[in-house]
Design a protein around this ligand. Structure first.
Ligand code: FAD
Ligand code: MG
Length: 520
């Protein structure tokens, strides 16, 4: 029983399907951590992402042990090799490999390779669908009448074909309770822990705990805020969903505040459940069902603005990520117009990534991303629009890479889908000429708290004494004000790296021109 992207006991179809199968006599629970996750020096994954995964895994292991009396077998390394080694060590007693479905191309590739090997050994592989999505992705995209969804209406249609509709949302079926017991084969687990050909890849709970401590001291994660794991996920779920019916019933994504809670610059005004959904610590089905229950017999918002609407966007991007070839690329991707972006500009990209563009709203968002691994959806809109068609005219893929590395909710399907959306290049994109002002005022659709501007003051301490009136565009403040506020622009905080109005105008015409050439 191989847990890949599911780190929870509740509503875990892999757990329930495995234990209800009559063909399976005894079980070995397994997790494999790829080396780029295990290696503290790997640079493609941020310390925050690693921390979140280690915490999630430790918590899952603890809950698993409390419930079933054993630890999960955790190894690090290449999963094909680890599985191979297990087949060698367990001889004829290894008959089935069960795991959760993961749609990413590299993960599907891995599974196909493993399958080839197992077939020769007469070992069955079963991939359990819809563990981290509501829909069975493979089944939906292979159905005869499937075509790529482009809008919330299209994804509604897919739901409508599959599920019964009630006035409060689609009835998607119950979430699962964890099985009360599992028949685990401790002897086989012992063999694998001690067998020399595989024991060097074994990660005990203590090794993982030490690894987490080493990570924390090495990378100075001070502000990370979100703690990984099912317990944290369920606590947040209780607090923000189950105990907050008004929040759920009135949830309207476009009006949520991008600068977080007034009394806490780290707490999202949305659910903040994305890191837990992406890492498999909470079930999307359970979240859907709880919203349905709360919506029942109440006045409530509807998709696409509602929480059900958010989860439907998630499903839509999962389907597209599987059906659109080259989903993560800007060439030979049917959902991406090949716009002639500017040449890779290291200085601009570095300034953007490190929160030193001279645009405080953009910089505060990017510093929050760096420190915590999270950013509000409208903040993501603003910084990705700024990076692409708004001001910097850079290829969305470079910005996508930074998000992929740093977001603790980093998710291949969703990150690429949303960058395509914001870059203005996809069939589902917002109109390319709707460009956000990176210096928002109180009326901006980015929903920014501008009176006290506490979010800016928190993330950009250089500007903490600046009057709110100038804080979103500080270089326009008279020099006496800059001096009195102890922040001289150009010295203590940068001048804007581009002229926002000129670049906006130029980029709009470049986009229009690119569009014209493409339609010729
Ligand atoms: P809520 O508003 O509380 O929504 C509940 C859940 O619905 C989220 O947790 C998420 O799973 C799902 N959801 C919400 N909005 C979207 C959306 N636009 N697309 C798909 N699913 C959505 N989200 C990720 O989970 N991983 C990513 O890597 C990611 N990259 C993004 C990149 C860009 C450029 C943009 C603009 C958005 C990206 N998003 C990504 C989508 C969205 O910003 C986050 O899911 C959301 O902000 C997470 O906060 P929340 O859990 O409080 O969301
Ligand atoms: Mg993952």
């Amino acid at each position: 029983m191989w847990f890949r992207n599911v780190l929870r006991l509740h509503d875990n179809p892999l757990l329930n399907k495995t234990c209800s199968s009559e063909k399976i006599e005894s079980l070995v629970p397994l997790y494999i951590m790829e080396d780029e996750w295990f290696n503290l020096d790997s640079i493609t994954i941020s310390a925050n992402r690693k921390k979140f995964l280690y915490e999630s895994l430790l918590n899952f292991n603890k809950n698993f042990r409390i419930k079933y009396g054993v630890d999960i077998l955790i190894f690090h390394g290449n999963s094909s090799k680890i599985i191979n080694s297990i087949t060698e060590n367990l001889d004829n007693e290894f008959k089935w490999l069960l795991c959760d479905y993961c749609p990413e191309p590299d993960k599907r590739h891995t599974i196909n390779k493993i399958k080839e090997n197992l077939v020769n050994l007469e070992i069955n592989l079963k991939v359990i669908p819809a563990v981290n999505t509501i829909l069975d992705v493979e089944k939906v995209i292979q159905s005869n009448n499937f075509s790529n969804p482009k809008s919330s209406k299209d994804i509604e249609k897919i739901f409508a074909e599959k599920y019964e509709h009630s006035p409060h949302g689609y009835i998607i079926g119950d979430s699962l309770l964890p099985p009360s017991n599992l028949n685990i084969d401790k002897k086989k687990m012992e063999v694998l822990i001690h067998e020399s050909t595989i024991s060097e890849f074994y990660i005990s709970e203590d090794i993982l705990k030490n690894k987490l401590m080493e990570l924390e001291s090495k990378s100075k994660i001070t502000d990370s805020y979100f703690v990984g794991g099912e317990d944290e996920a369920l606590e947040r779920f209780e607090r923000k969903i189950s105990q907050s019916p008004n929040f759920v019933n009135s949830f309207s994504k476009p009006s949520t505040i991008s600068t977080n809670k007034d009394d806490n610059p780290l707490e999202p005004t949305t659910t903040g459940l994305s890191p837990y959904l992406s890492n498999g610590c909470i079930s999307a089905r359970m979240l859907w069902n709880e919203c349905l229950k709360i919506n029942f017999n109440s006045t409530h918002t509807l998709p696409p603005e509602s929480l059900h609407g958010q989860l439907m966007f998630r499903e839509m991007f999962y389907l597209l990520s599987r059906s659109v070839v080259n989903w993560d690329n800007d060439i030979e991707n049917s959902n991406c117009k090949p716009i002639q972006w500017g040449e890779y500009d290291e200085l601009k990209i570095k300034a953007w990534e490190s929160g030193l563009t001279g645009f405080p709203y953009i910089d505060a968002m990017m510093r929050q991303l760096d420190a915590t691994g999270w950013m509000h959806h409208l903040g993501r809109h603003a910084v990705s629009c700024f990076f692409t068609r708004g001001q910097l005219w850079q290829n969305w893929k470079y910005g996508r890479n930074v998000f992929e590395k740093k977001l603790i909710d980093s998710d291949w399907a969703l990150n690429n889908g949303n960058w395509l959306w914001l870059a203005g290049v996809a069939p589902f994109s917002m109109p390319y000429y709707r460009i956000y002002n990176p210096c928002p005022d109180s009326k901006s659709s980015l929903n920014v708290e501008t009176t006290n501007a506490n979010f800016i003051r928190h993330w950009i301490p250089e500007l903490s004494h600046f009057p709110s009136k100038y804080i979103f565009e500080p270089h326009l403040a008279p020099s006496t004000i800059q001096h009195d506020s102890k922040c001289v622009i150009g010295k203590d905080y940068p001048f804007p790296i581009v002229d926002r109005k000129q670049t906006r105008k130029r980029n709009l015409s470049l986009f229009k021109e690119s569009n014209k050439q493409l339609s010729n």
